[in-house]
Each structure stands twice: as structure tokens, then as C-alpha cells.
Design a protein around this ligand. Structure first.
Ligand code: 1PR
Length: 581
């Protein structure tokens, strides 16, 4: 494939002397007045040197473990960039941008990496930017800004507009439209790839010659760029299953064969099917996948053992092969055990992420904690350890309930809650709030201050109304806040997604609580994952046709092998609900 020469729109690298993460308005004006050199640059052939080393630019702002795992899985060794010279000397460079735009630019500027990156790219050296690694190539971003980018591609990175009814962040498997010879994407037209972002770059006449694919999500935004040997993708190949691995393989070794995707019918954002693993230590001290009925995970036998449905890493690997779009681990005793003391759970994540190339969420015990020696751990430290161990998202249960209660009482965002702290550092797309509500029937909706709704099937004493009371500590304690109020409050506080369980339906196999899911998914603009009660493939189509849920999660039917994930997807596809096949 011949490499096309290109000239940067505006190459304006700079070194920041400020340690502040954000550019102030004054700094921006100052920088606009600086004279930067616009460079023309020459083209070099792609490095197809047979070397098995890939250089990785990880500036330490977040979890790039999954990118590392994917590279290693494909048989390549990783050389980490330590100095700007390492960038200039790379044969192939992967830049998986993580965190916020301003923070990333600040690090790149302060370390001299920004200039080295520009030179490397100007010289048409093999480059693959991922997610923020694409956005940083543009002139600027509106994320906490305006903030100046590397300026290699004309355009401003802006936020998705949620007023048009599209949920922000854009999370999930969407279709890309290939617009030109894209090299590494050549074989993925009509396939779904995994996106997770709130900001995007838009096509324009000025950047048209860069665009290799677009994606439709309210706007038709830039999904990938390519010029010569320089590639960048807004989606996550390392989280896009076999399709993503084949893209990476293509970049690493351009003559590589690609895995033929099963189907090429993707046209829009797919509804996700998620497998959930409730994990805890059983009475023998082994970490097992368990499953409750209405949150009771013990066998109803004389021994009263914790139900054991398998080993977490093995099951996660199996569900990945079976086509799960995401996998969630819930450390269900995290509320009483300290997760950083729970090393087996961290090890589970590390091991699972080596072979599972779809997003992993982990929850349980994310809160501030002081151990027996008086050492204080912030919830951010707990979450960071989960991210470092391979999680893409963390899920907060009990702590989010307390945060929402305080917020509703005072109307003040303190910035100190786990939700706010974690979403500020890792982005709100990385923070899920898991809600564990229980139905409370009412004769009169005015009996409670929380939102009550009229139900189709009256309660046990003929009650016509219900409110959904939130609980903490694995359903053990009811709180004075409803699922509706909680969902809206946590969206305000920075949650990027809601995992909506229902204690009454959990493990019953009689279908999702449609009334609850409709109530909550209509109340927020972030994606909602419907959970609890799946017993048949029809329950999935029901929840997707009757509510605005973006994903549906199940546990028992998958663990007991009653309904394979593939059957769920085939059914959804048959009734014309788009899924990733
Ligand atoms: O409060 O931040 O430590 O988080 C604890 C987390 O553990 C919460 O996400 C909470 O939902 C979860 N959890 C706590 N106790 C239990 C339990 O079962 N005893 N599991 C529990 C919640 C519910 C679902 C389940 C679906 C689908 N599990 O996620 O997987 O209901 O099941 P089904 O398809 O079999 O019906 P914190």
C-alpha cells in the first residue's frame, strides 16, 4: 500500500511551564499569539521490519493495561516510551490516550513528548492513536477548555449534544462507515466496534483528506483518520473483540490476515448483552461465582453453603468467546471486606483481562476506608487499583446512595464523593452506579416523598402504586431514597451509566421489571443497563422494545447454561433489534 504524503494543518507544539492541568483563557490567548513554525515533512516507508517490538506511549494518566494485553496477545513485545527520543526512534508507535484532554496535553508539553510526537507523525512513521490519542491530533478541544491540541489535523473536538435524545457518553458497539482506503480498517466495514466517549471530532472540508471512516450517533462524527502510515481511531480496538484484534494485527504487521467477522450487517449502535459474575469467597475460602435468588446466595440445604457456579476467570473467558458484549464482576461482599485487602479479586481482574477483549466492569467496596493500622485509602485509590488491574469501568453501589442522599439534602456538590472524584480523574464514562432497589407497594402515591408509579399488576394487598426503595450493603438495608431520585442525582454527580438491578426480580427468571426500567431510563440521559430477572430470550426483546435501556444484563441463565448468549443475540437480530454478532 502506497503511503500518501501529507502536510500538517498547523503544527504548534509547545512546552508548558505551568503545572496547572487546564489552560486558562489567558494562557490560550497568550499561546495564540506565539509564532509557531509550520513544517513541511517528508514521507518514509512503513516499518515492516519483522521486529516484534511495539513502542507504547503511556503517559501514566490511566489504564492502558488492556492495550498492553492485546499487543502481547498478538505476540508482540512492548517498549515503553521514557523520553522524547524513544518516540523518535520507534518503529511502530501506539498512543492509547486516556483521561482528560487538557491533562494529557499538559503532560505531553511538559515532557517534550508533544514536539517529538509531531515530528514522528510529520515524518509519516507508523502511528496508531486510540480514543484520546485521536482527539489530541486536532487543533483544540472543548473538554474543560478550550484547550489546544497537537494541531496536526484541522478541527475542534466538541461534546456530543444530548438534547437530540442521544445518550451521552456514547457507550457501546457502533458501526463505522469506511470512507476511503483505510489500510488497517479495510476488512471491518459492516462490523461493530466498541466506543466509549463524550467528545468527538467532526468532519469538515478542512480535514476531509484525513478521514478514513465515520460513525453515526446523532452526529456523523470522525471514527478514524488515516494518512500514509498515520492512523488513529476513536473507538477501542483492544476492546472490540476479534474485529479489534484484527485491526491491531493489521497495524502491527500490515500483511497480516484478518479474522473474517461472522456478519457485516452493522448499521447503528447495538443493544448490548452483558454477562454478570457475582463474586465472593465461599466458606472454604475460595473465590467463586455465585448467584442469588432475590440476593440470597446460600443453598437452602442443611449446610447452607454459598452457591458455587464456577470460577470467575474461566467463566469470563467463556462468556467472551460466547459473544458477551461486556463482562461485569461484582464483588458482592465488598461492602464489608476491604477490596484492596481482597487480592484474589484483583488477581481475577488481571488474569481475566489477559484474554478478554471486551470491556470489563468491576464493582463492590468502592468507598473511603481506613484499615486496622489507621492507613486511610480514598475511594479514588481503590478505583485506581481496579483500573490498574484491568477494569475499564468501576461500579459504585452503597457509596453512591449515601452521596446522592447528601446531595439531595443540601443541593451542594462537594467534589469529595467517590463518584465525583473518580469521574473527574477517569471520566464519567468509567463510572457506573449500581442501584439495588426493592419494590414497596402503596395504596396512595402520596404516602412517600419519592416518585411512585401506578402498576399494571396490583401488589399483594391490592395496592395500585409502587415506589422503588434503594438499598445498601447488598440489599440488607433500605434507605429513604427512590431509584428514580437516585438515578437523577448520580447523573448530576458524574455517573456515566446506571446498572439497574431489582431485588424482587433477581434470579426469578420471570423477566425484567419493565416499569422500573422505563421509569429510570426515561429520567436520565446516560445509558441504563437493565438487570435482574432474565429467564428467556423474549425477555431481552421485551426490555429493548418497551424501555430505553441501552443494555441488558443477566447472570443465572448464563451460569446455568439455560440460555446461551448467542441465542439471545440471534433472537434479538431476528426481531430486528441491532446487536453485535
Ligand atoms: O455496595 O458498592 O459494595 O457494591 C456491591 C455490589 O454487589 C452492588 O453492585 C450490588 O448490586 C452487588 N450485590 C451485593 N449483594 C448482592 C447479592 O446478590 N447478595 N449482587 C449483590 C447483585 C445482582 C445482579 C445480578 C442480576 C442478574 N447482583 O447484578 O447479577 O440481578 O441476575 P439474574 O439474571 O440471575 O436475575 P457496593
Amino acid at each position: 500500500m502506497e503511503a500518501a504524503p501529507f502536510v500538517s494543518a498547523k503544527v504548534q507544539p509547545f512546552r508548558s511551564s505551568s503545572s496547572a492541568l487546564l489552560l486558562s483563557r489567558n494562557e490560550n490567548i497568550y499561546r495564540k499569539n506565539l509564532k509557531f513554525k509550520t513544517r513541511n515533512f517528508s514521507v518514509r516507508a512503513a516499518a515492516n521490519d519483522g521486529s516484534s517490538v511495539v513502542t507504547l506511549l503511556d503517559y501514566g494518566a490511566g489504564n492502558v493495561r488492556s492495550v498492553r494485553n492485546a499487543i502481547r496477545f498478538l505476540g508482540y513485545d512492548i517498549k515503553d516510551v521514557q523520553t522524547p527520543e524513544d518516540i523518535l526512534n520507534a518503529n511502530r508507535l501506539i498512543f492509547p490516550g486516556v483521561g482528560a484532554f487538557a491533562a494529557a496535553m499538559d503532560v505531553l508539553n511538559q515532557t517534550g513528548m508533544a514536539e517529538a510526537l509531531c515530528t514522528y507523525i510529520e515524518n509519516d512513521r507508523p502511528f496508531l492513536g486510540i480514543c484520546l490519542g485521536l482527539q489530541l491530533l486536532f487543533e483544540s478541544s472543548e473538554e474543560n477548555g478550550p484547550v489546544k491540541g497537537l494541531g496536526l489535523i484541522p478541527g475542534v473536538v466538541g461534546r456530543f449534544d444530548s438534547s437530540s435524545g442521544f445518550r451521552v457518553p456514547h457507550i457501546g458497539w457502533n458501526a463505522v462507515q469506511i470512507t476511503k482506503d483505510s489500510g488497517i480498517l479495510d476488512d471491518i466495514g459492516g462490523c461493530h466496534v466498541y466506543f466509549v466517549h463524550s467528545y468527538r471530532a467532526m468532519p469538515s472540508n478542512a480535514n476531509n483528506d484525513w478521514i478514513s471512516s465515520t460513525c453515526d450517533y446523532g452526529d456523523n462524527f470522525i471514527a478514524s483518520i488515516r494518512k500514509g502510515n498515520v492512523h488513529a481511531v476513536q473507538f477501542h480496538p483492544e476492546k472490540s473483540g476479534n474485529v479489534g484484534l484484527s485491526i491491531l494485527r493489521r497495524f502491527l504487521y500490515s500483511k497480516s490476515d484478518v479474522t473474517e467477522p461472522a456478519e457485516r450487517k452493522a448499521s447503528k449502535l447495538a443493544k448490548r448483552v452483558i454477562a454478570c459474575l457475582d463474586v465472593r469467597t465461599n466458606d472454604k475460602g475460595d473465590l467463586v461465582v455465585t448467584k442469588g435468588d432475590q440476593y440470597d446466595v446460600r443453598e437452602h440445604t442443611k449446610e447452607n453453603e454459598v452457591r458455587n457456579l464456577g470460577k470467575p476467570v474461566e467463566l469470563a473467558g467463556q462468556y467472551y468467546k460466547d459473544g458477551a458484549d461486556e463482562i461485569s464482576f461484582l464483588n458482592i461482599t465488598g461492602f464489608r471486606d476491604f477490596p484492596l485487602g481482597d487480592l484474589p479479586m484483583l488477581q481475577v481482574l488481571r488474569n481475566a483481562s489477559e484474554n478478554v477483549f471486551v470491556p470489563l466492569t468491576v464493582g463492590g467496596g468502592i468507598r473511603d476506608f481506613t484499615d486496622g493500622n489507621g492507613r486511610h485509602y480514598s475511594s479514588l485509590e481503590v478505583a485506581s487499583e481496579y483500573f490498574r488491574s484491568g477494569a475499564d469501568k468501576v461500579s459504585i453501589g452503597s457509596d453512591a446512595v449515601y452521596a446522592a442522599e447528601a446531595y439531595l439534602k443540601t443541593g451542594v456538590k462537594t467534589g469529595k464523593t467517590s463518584l465525583e472524584q473518580i469521574s473527574r480523574v477517569y471520566g464519567n464514562q468509567a463510572v457506573v452506579v449500581s442501584i439495588d432497589p426493592r419494590r414497596v407497594y402503596l395504596k396512595d402515591p402520596n404516602e412517600v416523598e419519592c416518585k411512585a408509579i401506578k402498576v399494571m399488576i396490583p401488589g399483594p394487598n391490592g395496592e395500585e402504586y409502587v415506589w422503588y426503595q434503594c438499598t445498601v450493603n447488598g440489599g440488607r438495608e433500605g434507605r429513604p431514597i427512590g431509584a428514580y431520585e437516585l438515578a437523577k442525582a448520580v447523573e448530576d454527580l458524574g455517573a456515566g451509566e446506571i446498572l439497574l438491578n431489582c431485588i424482587d426480580c433477581d434470579g426469578q427468571g420471570t423477566g425484567f421489571d419493565i416499569e422500573l426500567i422505563k421509569l429510570v431510563s426515561d429520567a436520565v440521559t446516560i445509558p441504563v443497563i437493565a438487570s435482574s430477572g432474565a429467564g428467556a430470550v423474549e425477555h431481552f426483546s421485551e426490555v429493548f422494545t418497551k424501555t430505553n435501556a441501552s443494555a441488558a444484563l443477566a447472570a443465572g441463565i448464563f451460569h446455568r447454561k439455560e440460555v446461551p448468549i448467542q441465542s439471545v443475540k440471534e433472537h434479538l437480530s431476528k426481531v430486528e433489534i441491532e446487536v453485535r454478532m
